[in-house]
Design a protein around this ligand. Structure first.
Ligand code: HEC
Length: 160
């Protein structure tokens, strides 16, 4: 084996090691394949999609939403919703609402719900049409969407 062959092999080896490692990291954060969220413990909402989160402040929903977030969103948006820069910081989505009086805060958060719901159901594409975030329309119930939003609103409240 020539010296340059050895060098090439070493580079190939470290490249595959890196790939294995990054796959392991993605798994540690919950992979990016959509996973259904078990929401049977929550008040069921029916088949008509709501425009505002009925679970805001609901402890059980926040707990379920935290699990749903961990398994579906954390790989890209960061563990505990603290963004590592790979995808937008979801704690900034409603940070403007945080300092408001109770009534204004409620309507500020309600205004963010519809946008949140639509992004989560449809996902996102960049300007070239490449999928940057998967859509969850076929895996999430509306209970799952609102539980995750309730969790994120709680986290936003904690950091602001
Ligand atoms: C494969 C990575 C990936 C996963 C998994 C993912 N997202 Fe995203 N998300 C992104 C990226 C990238 C963007 C920005 C896309 C763009 O603007 O083109 C984004 C954007 C968003 C936005 C809009 C943010 C804004 O500031 O306008 C919301 C809300 C959102 N994601 C919520 C979620 C939730 C909730 C989950 C889990 C159910 C999730 N995402 C899972 C990558 C991901």
């Amino acid at each position: 084996m020539s010296l340059s062959d050895a060098g090439r092999r070493a580079r190939l080896f470290s490249a595959s090691l890196l790939l294995t490692l990054s796959a392991a990291v993605v798994h540690a954060h919950g992979d990016v394949t959509p996973h259904p969220v078990d929401t049977h413990a929550l008040t069921q909402l029916g088949s008509e999609w709501l425009d505002a989160d009925p679970y805001r402040g609901n402890e059980k929903a926040i707990e379920i939403g935290a699990e749903g977030y961990k398994h579906n969103c954390a790989a890209c948006h960061g563990l505990n919703a603290v963004s590592g820069g790979m995808a937008p910081d979801l704690l900034r989505l409603t940070s403007d609402c945080a300092g408001m009086s109770a009534d204004s805060k409620a309507s500020c958060l309600n205004d963010s719900d519809e946008y949140f719901r639509d992004v989560v159901l449809n996902g996102k594409k960049n300007s070239e049409g490449r999928v940057t975030m998967p859509g969850y329309e076929t895996v999430f119930t509306q209970e799952a969407v609102w539980a995750i939003k309730a969790y994120l609103d709680k986290r936003t409240e904690e950091v602001n």
